[in-house]
Design a protein around this ligand. Sequence first.
Ligand code: CAA
Ligand code: NAD
Length: 301
Amino acid sequence: LFSGFSSSAARNVVIKSVTIIGGGQMGAGIAQVAASTGHSVTLVDTSDDILKKSIETIEGSLRRVVKKKFADKPEAGEEFIRNVMQKVLTSADAASAVRGSDLVVEAIAENLKVKQDLFRRLDKLAPPHTIFASNTSSLSISDIASSTNRPDKFGGLHFFNPVAMMKLVEVIGTPATSQETSESLMNFSKVLGKTPVSSKDTSGFIVNRLLVPCIVEAIRMYERGDASKEDIDIAMKLGAGHPMGPIELADYIGLDTVKSIMEGEAKDPDNPLFASSDLLNKLVAEGKVGRKTAEGFYKYK
Ligand code: CAA
Ligand code: NAD
């Protein structure tokens, strides 16, 4: 058993160079954490304007981290920020970005076809050893991986928002994911300073399967008029010790993402916990998807 483990460990891909596709709230956070732990990062999005905002987000978040980590040494903090920022390159061309990459982490729109199209294209361009991972909240990793010819080198790497603060990563293996790939993703998560847990490729994985029913029931409770949204949030913060109330958290995650997770779960007809909410659907249709658009259930300046 021991020699089996060591030989598979020897075959693990040591991840040094990472391409992150999608520079939104999650992709920017993943890029920040990967660069902060010494990886060479290329962050890809569809335009230079979006990437400029991603870089500003990373720098803003690093400043918050440094304020605590280097509280007594502001100069060392500035140097840390400079070093990390130097490790993040940006590109609007995913094709060239993946050529020298050990790992590609996808954090683009939560849409199966869009994710499959991206990976189908990248599969032809990335070196054979490159591991592909999706940060999807709700889609099946097997379904996304089916667009590639490397299902053994494909897994889920599910981060939590805000990535700089949340210590968990869910590592999702499909029946086709090799042990080497799973081990490489577990090791990578540890090198990032996170605690990885493994989950099968089941809808919602671990956290969302348990968290989203709570969020959705809170939205329905508000919709029914059982309590105000403010009181629901106060109640769960002070009565259950949650850092954010469920409605506030829905805005923080993004109502579009919450809706996608619910719809993924709703495919299971035995699960009434994920029945849809008219109010949530209305807000998403109006483009009021939470903090990232400055309005959701609450307004943000
Ligand atoms: N980057 C860096 N540091 C940050 C940060 C960020 N984006 N956000 C917060 N911090 C740190 C800062 O040090 C901050 O202090 P400053 O304001 O002085 O910079 C400190 O945290 C405290 O922040 P706040 O005062 O704004 O608020 P808080 O004490 O409530 O902490 C929080 C913020 C860590 C986000 C906390 O509210 C929390 O843990 N909320 C729950 C988040 C959660 O449940 N996330 C998971 C969502 S589910 C998911 O992600 C999966 C999915 O698929 C949808
Ligand atoms: P977001 O809307 O903030 O960012 C998505 C980014 O992807 C945008 O900048 C967009 O321009 C870019 N993009 C879209 N299509 C692209 C393409 N083909 N190529 C390159 N870039 C493209 O979304 P987000 O909240 O960062 O979520 C991203 C992914 O992470 C989703 O799959 C979501 O389900 C998942 N996720 C979200 C959270 C959360 O709390 N928001 C937590 C864990 C996982």
